[in-house]
Design a binder for this molecule. Structure first.
Ligand code: GLN
Length: 278
């Protein structure tokens, strides 16, 4: 749906196809005033999702505020890849979504795979509150536990069996700090905390890869969305960690490496450790 269609279906409260199939009266004064307001702010670079307070992701509706990143098509690749992985596991599984923001990843996963339980975390309380509202809106409130924390639940207290996940997914902040100001105007309206991945953009991959083994079952999977050109850097962090191997790199529809699937090497490594201690 292009932006004009999005605004008109919002104002007429109808589906995109109905814009073309049904006759519509002229916009009344009130709605015309709303439209003018939207135009003015949009021309100043504010993203449409923030102006309408809502957006679509994976065909679902999400309430959006400027406290969270706007869900992007790139991230649908992460969800589709995670759905394939989860479906192939064919059992009741536990998923952790790190940095959930609006909740779009966690909610889509639950919506399309009934046999999972999801925990979703975010360091921003405002994001967690919004994600909870989105879970209610999408009728999956019972299936997701939302926790406001720094990456991992309960951190740094000991891990409980509830935190032993089969799959961890994350679209962490990954823009190098100095590059944020160079990005398009729309991005400048988004929360910096959701974008800034430190000097080289890879800080959160380092932290998650280092800490994830405590929260992941042996042979569990870690799925990351990555930025353009970051695959080699994240692969190096993965290999240096000794805890994971890169199982697959998934490209988006433009051929850009967009999602990395890492496999936890788990106990495969432990005998070597034990021998060296002996
Ligand atoms: N994909 C976003 C962008 O390029 C960044 C999202 C992120 O940092 N996780 O603007």
């Amino acid at each position: 749906m292009n932006e004009a269609e999005t605004v008109l279906s919002y104002l007429y409260n109808c589906r995109r196809t109905d814009l073309y199939l049904r006759r519509h009266d002229k916009l009344g004064k009130d709605k015309a005033a709303i439209l003018c307001g939207i135009f003015k702010r949009r021309l100043k670079g504010e993203p449409l999702g923030y102006l309408l307070g809502q957006t679509e992701f994976m065909g679902l509706n999400f309430k959006i505020t400027a406290d969270v990143l706007l869900p992007r098509q790139d991230t649908e690749i992460l969800v589709e890849t995670a759905l394939e992985k989860i479906k192939s596991l064919k059992k009741e599984i536990k998923v952790l979504d790190i940095g959930t923001g609006s909740g779009c990843v966690a909610i889509s996963l639950v919506k399309f795979t009934p046999h999972i339980k999801v925990t979703a975390t975010d360091i921003s309380l405002k994001a967690i509150e919004l994600a909870k509202q989105n879970a209610v809106l999408n009728l999956v409130k019972e299936k997701i536990e939302f926790i406001c924390c720094d990456l991992f639940p309960g951190h740094p207290s000991p891990v409980t069996s509830d935190q032993n996940f089969d799959v961890i997914v994350s679209n962490p902040p990954y823009i190098p700090s100095k590059e944020i100001n160079l990005l398009q105007e729309e991005v400048q309206h988004e929360p910096r905390i959701a974008l800034d991945g430190g000097k080289d953009g890879l800080d959160y991959y380092r932290r998650i890869i280092k800490e994830a083994p405590r929260f992941l079952k042996d042979n569990g999977h870690l799925l990351f969305e990555i930025g353009i050109g970051q695959a080699a850097g994240v692969r190096k962090i993965t290999e240096d960690s000794g805890n994971f191997m890169v199982e697959e790199v998934v490209r988006d529809y433009s051929g850009i490496e967009r999602v990395l699937i890492l496999k936890n090497l788990g106990t495969l490594l432990k005998p070597i450790g034990d021998l060296s201690l002996a």
